[in-house]
Design a protein around this ligand. Structure first.
Ligand SMILES: Nc1ncnc2c1ncn2[C@@H]1O[C@H](COP(=O)(O)OP(=O)(O)OP(=O)(O)O)[C@@H](O)[C@H]1O
Ligand SMILES: [Mg+2]
Length: 274
């Protein structure tokens, strides 16, 4: 007789939030947190009420990218924090990264549950969740616990990154979360001469999206100012909204809005008994 399937964790209900969107990838360092942050700000520029939840306990980067001091004291503030009009929550506000390093999936899920159920997010159109890199048990538990409307997969044009993006796609398939599409980050560099340079090849993200039968949500160019703004705590969509890169994040936000419209608002769920 085959072993019994382990029970999937129960989904948390988040009644005030219309769409919960995860930003994910199979691989680290492809620009998830940068995409999540700028996507959240771009959705806000489109007139939506937006929250940003940093679920990357192993390397939370939202506090730095949003220019919020880490306090490591859960009692020090009213939660969620607000910055640039976004509602914000991050493991990085509550603990030093080394504390969380050894946590496994269930522990991560426990904190995510606290973030989703005990933080008054209020009425939001979008809650964007920055997931940790990879497809291990922590990520799997997160995707099974959060009431996700869909996932945005971030990749870069290189082959290795595309293989990992494929793993990310597969993870969402397994937990039956709709993939809203693939966004290719660091797609090309626009030189001062106005020419486009495909530094890492061309068209990989689009090819993968076509092969997987999911939408291609667009390209974000590689632009040193993106990293600079992230390091300085004012994301590029906020600092230079007129720039070409900011426009590509706005195009992404428009594409994501269209796709969530197609898959529908997050399902009505009975809610988790705490
Ligand atoms: N389009 C871009 N142009 C230039 N630099 C970028 C771009 N996108 C991201 N970066 C930079 O690349 C680095 C990695 O980005 P980021 O931290 O967002 O990746 P990540 O996928 O969240 O990483 P991790 O897997 O560690 O969580 C950062 O220094 C960021 O500023
Ligand atoms: Mg990150």
């Amino acid at each position: 007789m085959p072993p019994a399937q382990p029970q999937a964790p129960q989904k948390i209900a988040l009644p005030g939030v219309k769409y919960v969107v995860a930003v994910a990838s199979g691989k680290g360092g492809v620009g998830k947190s940068t995409v999540a942050t700028n996507l959240a700000l771009a959705l806000q520029l489109l007139g939506r009420r937006v929250g940003l939840l940093d679920a990357d306990i192993y390397g939370p980067s939202i506090p730095i990218m949003m220019g919020v001091q880490e306090t490591w004291d859960p009692n020090a503030h009213e939660w969620p924090l607000e910055k640039f009009g976004l509602k914000l929550m991050s493991m990085g506000f509550w603990m030093k990264p080394e504390t969380a390093m050894i946590w496994r999936g269930p522990m991560v899920a426990k904190y995510l549950t606290v973030f989703l159920t005990q933080i008054p997010w209020g009425e939001l159109d979008f809650l964007v969740i920055d997931l940790p890199p990879g497809t291990g048990d922590a990520q799997l538990t997160l995707t099974q616990t959060a009431p996700l409307s869909g996932a945005v997969i971030v990749t870069t044009p290189q082959d290795v990154s595309l293989i990992d993006a494929r793993k990310g796609l597969e993870m969402f398939r397994q937990v039956r979360v709709p993939v809203l599409g693939i966004v290719e980050n660091m797609s090309f560099f626009r030189g001062e001469d106005g020419k486009r340079y495909d530094l890492f090849g061309h068209g990989g993200g689009k090819k993968l999206a076509d092969a997987a039968g999911v939408p291609f949500l667009g390209e974000i160019p590689i632009e040193p100012k993106v990293a600079e703004c992230g390091d300085q705590g004012v994301p590029i969509v906020r600092k230079y909204p007129e720039s070409a890169v900011a426009q590509s994040y706005l195009a992404l936000a428009t594409a994501v809005s269209e796709q969530v419209g197609k898959v529908g608002a997050q399902p009505e769920l009975p809610g988790l008994q705490l």
